[in-house]
Design a protein around this ligand. Structure first.
Ligand SMILES: *Cc1c(COP(=O)(O)O)cnc(C)c1O
Length: 405
């Protein structure tokens, strides 16, 4: 066990390891490790020989090394060079880190693998989550795997695949006529009555640790060097904050070949951009974004308890928060998939609109190594694509010339 304690992100208050914790003053907790101990126990070269999942980084995860994780084989997503897309954008060193290949088709499985493993370890029997979609599907799957009861609350316009996947995994799924914040309120207020544990983004400390492994993987995949820029579609912020935490820990461990860390670019849709607005106004906290609306359901988070952690990380990295245009989402999904065969989610499509902006105004340059995260699978978003394909009548002669036109 390498965890020493937990620590309030807002005021540094310490909490004992190995117990159930939620938030402090309504704000998230960091998990802290004895990194000197970790350094003695493992070397970067050791990881290569280990299991091909995020559990290879056991010493940097909160579950005691002696405990069995709840796993569906999550992690080590491919880092795919994108030469054809990169050429069109004038960014030859472009990569996509493809999280769509993880269990339940999104990076949410990283967080839930860690959090449900800890929930089981700590003896929790009933879990609940408000979700924009993918978190509910992932919690339902890991809950089923662990034999823990799961309640999921989602907005009634959540992508239907998310509704189905949570239902199929045996969770009790409820549709709410509101946004994720309204679902969060229901979970919060039900805690006393039904005795469930609130698995909301950053309201328990361990989903963040699972997401952190994206940063560890990137480092390992680039040979313990890091790229110049990372673009990440930002909702609740665990991905961005988790990666930055990974980079801090790797720096302290002395495992990185170069001291320079990537600039983090937080990407949001102009239909829901609370972090972008706070960044532009130089604020550390982001007020609720009214009338949030975007097909990128994972970005439909009008208010985040980890707002200051995101904004701190973005600033410390020398990065920025930028909004992409909602109307460009579908064209980008098609363009990226057509050029590289990678089926990106609407959230990631937003990143590409942001990337073209950054390229245009010189905030990224052609010599830089750039990673865009594909956080989920396009296949989960049937509502985002309206499609009328040409039809062929099997009883009439086919005009083959016309097919190629
Ligand atoms: C949840 C989600 C996001 C937002 O991630 P955070 O780490 O919570 O900011 C982005 N993309 C997809 C596909 C998601 O499911």
């Amino acid at each position: 066990m390498f965890v020493t304690h937990l620590e309030s992100a807002i005021d540094g208050t310490r909490f004992e390891a190995g117990r159930v914790w939620t938030t402090h003053e309504g704000r998230p907790l960091w998990v802290r490790y004895d990194l000197a101990d970790v350094k003695n126990a493992v070397k970067p070269a050791d990881f290569v020989m280990r299991v091909n999942s995020l559990w290879r980084y056991r010493e940097l995860l909160p579950l005691p090394v002696s405990a069995e994780p709840v796993t569906l084989g999550e992690g080590m997503s491919p880092l795919l060079p994108c030469p054809r897309l990169g050429k069109e954008l004038g960014l030859p060193r472009l990569y996509i880190k493809d999280e769509s290949q993880l269990p339940t088709g999104s990076f949410k499985s990283r967080g839930m693998a860690a959090a449900v493993s800890m929930a089981k370890h700590l003896g929790l029997k009933r879990l609940a989550v408000p979700t924009a979609g993918n978190a509910g599907g992932a919690l339902a799957a890991y809950g089923a795997r662990a034999g823990i009861e799961v309640f999921v609350f989602m907005p009634d316009d959540t992508p239907v695949i998310n509704q189905i996947e949570a239902f199929l995994c045996g969770a009790r799924v409820f549709l709410v006529n509101g946004l994720i914040n309204d679902c969060g309120k229901i979970v919060r207020e039900g805690t006393d009555k039904l005795g469930w544990f609130d698995m909301s983004t950053l309201k328990e400390p361990y989903r963040l640790e699972g997401k952190k492994t994206m940063g560890l993987e990137i480092a390992e995949q680039f040979g313990w060097k890091l790229p110049d820029v990372i673009l990440y579609p930002t909702g609740g912020g665990t991905g961005l904050i988790g990666m930055w935490k990974a980079f801090q820990e790797l720096t302290e461990l002395g495992w990185l070949q170069a001291a320079k860390l990537p600039r983090l670019v937080s990407c949001q849709s102009d239909g829901c951009a609370p972090i972008v607005r706070a960044f532009e106004q130089g604020e550390r906290f982001a007020p609720v974004f009214e009338n949030a609306k975007t097909v990128a359901s994972g970005l439909r988070v009008p208010m985040a308890v980890g707002d200051f952690m995101m904004l701190d990380a973005i600033k410390a990295s020398g990065g920025c928060a930028v909004a992409g245009q909602e109307e460009t989402i579908l064209p980008w999904m098609r363009r990226v998939a057509s050029l590289e065969g990678i089926a990106i989610c609407p959230e990631t499509a937003v990143c590409f609109d942001v990337l073209t902006k950054l390229r245009r105004d010189g905030r990224v340059t052609p010599d830089e190594e750039i990673v865009v995260f594909n956080t989920g699978a396009a296949q989960k978003y049937i509502e985002a694509v309206e499609l009328e394909l040409p039809r062929i009548d099997k009883d009439r002669p086919v005009d083959y010339e016309a097919l190629a036109r």
